[in-house]
Write a protein that binds this ligand. Structure first.
Ligand code: FMN
Length: 203
């Protein structure tokens, strides 16, 4: 059975560079991997009163997709030198319930940022990876994949999104590095560490 990688875009806007980036990244998955896209538009602001058995339907669905996936790939903008609010909000939802474990535990993740800036973007990338790791996931440390001056790098041919050759190579490398990690036993090892941690806390 094919493994899946969940692709998430941190931008809700129509025509988003990052949504296009997620679609381009998914095309470089090797045989044996399926891309699963999930639109974050329907995820409400985190509210602990609504978390638990009656969590919002989109939250339940996203948690299930991530739980069943081999890994996750984010394409996100940087907003004000940080991740957009929707990205933080989604991580708040999917990082719960913490016990016995959330759907991120041991889950490999890699990410890319598309920005119109010439110099920024890396802060959102490292912030996202730090949050993912803090929640029990496992982000691929390198390579940093920031597509700067996005307006000059994306194009479209016959309705298919394209990137310039150098950026396309970087994005394909980011996906390949994620898949390589998915093929190791790192996810099981990290999940075992999490379970040991939970056991230590409860004994
Ligand atoms: C509220 C806001 C804050 C932004 N802050 C940053 C920033 O800190 N760094 C950056 O590189 N670009 C920043 N930008 C510009 C984004 O790179 C640009 O809007 C980009 O196209 C957003 O990605 P999208 O096309 O996927 O929506 C900001 C844009 C908005 C709307």
């Amino acid at each position: 059975m094919a493994k899946s990688i969940v692709f998430l875009s941190g931008s809700l806007r129509e025509g988003s560079f990052n949504t296009r980036l997620a679609r381009i990244a998914a095309r470089s998955l090797p045989e044996g991997y399926d891309a699963v896209f999930f639109d974050l538009k329907g995820i409400p602001p985190y509210n602990a009163d609504e978390d638990g058995d009656n969590s919002p339907a989109d939250v339940v669905e996203l948690r299930r997709l991530i739980h069943d996936a081999a890994g996750v790939f984010w394409a996100t903008p940087e907003y004000n030198y940080a991740v957009p609010g929707i990205v933080k909000n989604v991580i708040d939802w999917i990082s719960r319930p913490i016990f016995p474990q959330n759907c991120l535990v041991g889950k490999p993740m890699n990410a890319a940022v598309a920005t119109i800036s010439t110099t920024n973007g890396a802060r959102a990338l490292s912030e996202l990876k730090r949050m993912w790791n803090t929640s029990g996931g496992f982000s691929v440390p390198l390579p940093d994949c920031v597509i700067t001056m996005a307006g000059t790098k994306f194009s479209e041919a016959d309705g298919v999104d394209e990137l310039d050759a150098t950026s396309a190579k970087m994005v394909a490398l980011a996906v390949a590095c994620l898949v390589r990690v998915c093929e190791t036993n790192a996810p099981e090892t990290l999940a075992a560490n999490w379970q040991a941690y939970v056991k230590a806390l409860s004994s």
